[in-house]
Ligand binder design. Structure first.
Ligand code: ADP
Ligand code: ZN
Length: 292
């Protein structure tokens, strides 16, 4: 058995070929241009490396309602060339194999729940803090879709007292998490790229205030058994203990659970699969496609 895993991102498409145990056999990366250019290149890869099923973890928003005529399409993306593009159907048509799609972050959350930091747990939240902020939610072992799918990055925040740009930089909303705390927002607020800001810079106090609010809101909204924070910004490992402390402060003694007593040490954590949450998520989607 061979499984294809596609990590479909706004800047690049990462294509992987894995065996049934999830061992990587081949990998290749293609820049994300228009569907007319990028789709044939991806289809060529999977024709040269035949697979029994394909899983896609895709940038969104996506139509994930199986009853919808546009199921498996990319919807209101700012990447105009991909707007309303039926990516799932096009792969099914070209390759003639089972294909399953979910958001990139739901895929990563699924992989973390089955194989990573939330292994053995029925629920978790996976959030990537990078070029954007996106969150995948697992409840009862399955990714949450619901009305559309969670858009954790666009929740409204309370302004941090020491934030010089409290409106944030989201083109859609003021005060939203992504507009306030994604890597580019940090860079714009302080006129310095996030990776260059030293640990003592006030940027990180503002950043951790927002990320702690997000963790608090998630705990209060749907009670995930683990919160996993990944993405470029979380390479700054010193942020973890600050986020945990500020989340405990926000919880204000309201929530009685031993994980809170332990200071959320083993609760707000980095991805157990490191940088492989995305590819393993797409791999699991491919396996589910074949089983379905
Ligand atoms: P993407 O979200 O595009 O998949 P990343 O998760 O690597 O990619 O996120 C890139 C963003 O993360 C950039 O905006 C950058 O500012 C920020 N970033 C990357 N590495 C670091 C780092 N070591 N420290 C702080 N911010 C970082
Ligand atoms: Zn927003």
């Amino acid at each position: 058995m061979r499984f294809g895993a596609l990590e479909a991102g706004g800047t690049k498409m990462v294509l992987s070929l894995l065996d049934e145990n999830g061992t990587m056999l081949e990998r290749c990366s293609i820049p994300t241009e228009t569907p007319e250019i990028t789709m044939p290149a991806m289809i060529d890869f999977f024709r040269a490396h035949p697979v029994d099923a394909l899983g896609i973890g895709c940038f969104g928003p996506l139509d994930l309602n199986p009853q919808s005529p546009t199921y498996g399409s990319i919807t209101a993306t700012p990447k105009l060339a991909w707007r309303n593009y039926p990516i799932l159907r096009e792969f099914e048509k070209a390759l003639g194999i089972p294909v399953k799609i979910d958001t990139d972050v739901n895929g990563a959350a699924l992989a973390e729940a089955r194989l990573g930091a939330a292994k053995g747990l029925g629920s978790c939240l996976y959030v990537t803090i990078g070029t954007g902020i996106g969150g995948g939610v697992i409840i009862a072992g399955q990714p949450v879709h619901g009305l559309v799918h969670p858009e954790v990055g666009h929740q409204v925040m309370m302004a941090a007292a020491n934030d010089p740009t409290p409106d944030g930089f989201c083109p859609y909303h003021k005060h939203c998490l992504e507009g306030l705390a994604a890597g580019p927002a940090i860079g714009k607020r302080w006129n310095t790229p996030a990776p260059e800001l030293p640990p003592e810079h006030p940027a990180w106090d503002v950043e951790t205030t927002y990320l702690a609010q997000m963790c608090h809101n998630a705990i209060m909204s749907f009670s995930p058994e683990k919160i996993i924070l990944g993405g470029g910004v979380m390479q700054q490992m010193f942020l973890f203990p600050i986020i945990r402390r500020k989340t405990v402060e926000l919880l204000s003694g309201y929530l009685c659970h031993e994980v809170v007593e332990r200071g959320l040490e083993d609760y707000i954590v980095p991805p157990g699969l490191g940088v492989n949450s995305g590819v393993m998520g797409a791999f699991l989607l491919a396996k589910e496609a074949l089983e379905a």
